[in-house]
Design a protein around this ligand. Structure first.
Ligand code: PHE
Length: 340
């Protein structure tokens, strides 16, 4: 038996408590506090060890000393929990701070692209014609001389070919391959590949050996229209042009046909659009599809007739958007392009 006294035990418990509290205060993280628990409050901890010495006390002294030990342990337990809470909320605060979003922060808005003004115009035209019951067809930009001229009734050496300053491609026999000078070869391809009735528009790029200036570009866009059905007349052509004119330009616009010449239409007509202020805008060419074109493309001219028209998309966009130099459309200056 040791000569333990309750006073010594209580004093030691007080010292161990103070030591434990100091350890808890010194701990800098939840993990550190949790790791200290066995050493401070576990069965093997010094404070728990004091319990074993109670037996050495005089029985009358045991209850008071036991209570003191229990109080010491619950004091440490309480400090343990408080410290844990403190550190938990401190860590939470730090985490929130780190993850905080500054909603007042200014960011450059992402640069959103857009369709080129010509593409927009082409799509609007397609929409208008689709609403009129036409479908959209496409053909190659590199064409055979036959599709671009031959099948369209331009005999070799015919002066009408001079209307088109053709760019030839170095492929096959000289003069056999070219960059299409208009979208009319798509008429040929559609008639060869589909059977009437046909209601088709064909927008696309065309090429002519032009020097670039405010109103001409060697690369430009056209949209071709082709209708083949039974009993189609010049009146249907005029009606289609007029329907298109009001649908695209709006009420107050009207159209007219003027006699003209194209080898692949007979009769042929230029068509103009009249603005509400009375001024006229020359839009394109048109006419009844020539019977020999129908025949060459495998369409029976005894049964079917039709009309065709074609006009420039770039000039239309220029007028619609008030562009005064065609070249601006192709220099890719974002400040210009983002206006549309
Ligand atoms: N292809 C002709 C041109 O570019 C226009 C046109 C199309 C004329 C259809 C008549 C019929 O000049």
């Amino acid at each position: 038996m040791t000569s333990d006294t309750p006073a010594a035990l209580v004093a030691e418990a007080g010292a161990l408590t103070a030591e434990a509290v100091a350890t808890l205060e010194a701990a800098g993280s939840v993990a550190e506090v949790a790791a200290a628990r066995p050493e401070l409050l576990g069965k093997g901890s010094p404070l728990a060890g004091l319990r074993r010495r109670l037996g050495a006390l005089a029985p009358k002294d045991r209850p008071a000393a036991g209570r003191a030990l229990s109080e010491a342990l619950s004091e440490v337990e309480k400090r343990y929990e408080t410290r844990l809470d403190e550190l938990r909320s401190a860590e939470r605060r730090l985490q929130l701070e780190a993850e905080r979003l500054d909603l007042t922060e200014l960011h450059e808005p992402p640069q959103v692209g857009r369709l080129h003004v010509i593409t927009q115009t082409q799509r609007r035209l397609e929409d208008v014609f689709c609403a009129m019951g036409y479908t959209v067809a496409e053909g190659p930009e590199i064409e055979t001389e036959w599709h671009n001229f031959g099948a369209l009734n331009f005999p070799p050496g015919h002066p009408a070919r001079d209307m088109y300053d053709t760019l030839y491609v170095d492929h096959g026999p000289p003069g056999s391959t070219l960059l299409r000078t208009h979208t009319s070869p798509v008429q040929v391809r559609v008639m060869q590949n589909q059977s009437p009735p046909l209601y088709v528009v064909a927008p696309g790029r065309c090429y002519r050996q032009d020097t670039a200036d405010a109103t001409h570009m060697p690369v430009f866009h056209q949209i071709e229209g082709l209708v083949i059905d039974e009993d189609i007349t010049l009146g249907d052509l005029a009606g289609a042009i007029e329907t298109f004119t009001t649908a695209y330009f709006g009420p107050g616009f009207t159209s007219r046909l003027r006699p003209s010449y194209f080898p692949f239409t007979e009769p042929s007509a230029e068509f103009d659009v009249q603005r509400p202020d009375g001024t006229w805008l020359e839009l394109g060419g048109s006419g009844m599809v020539h019977p020999s074109v129908l025949e060459v493309c495998g369409v029976d001219p005894e049964r079917w007739s039709g009309f065709a028209f074609g006009f420039g998309i770039d000039r239309l966009a220029m007028l619609r958007y008030g562009v005064d130099d065609l070249r601006d459309l192709w220099t890719n200056d974002v400040r210009f392009l983002e206006q549309f």
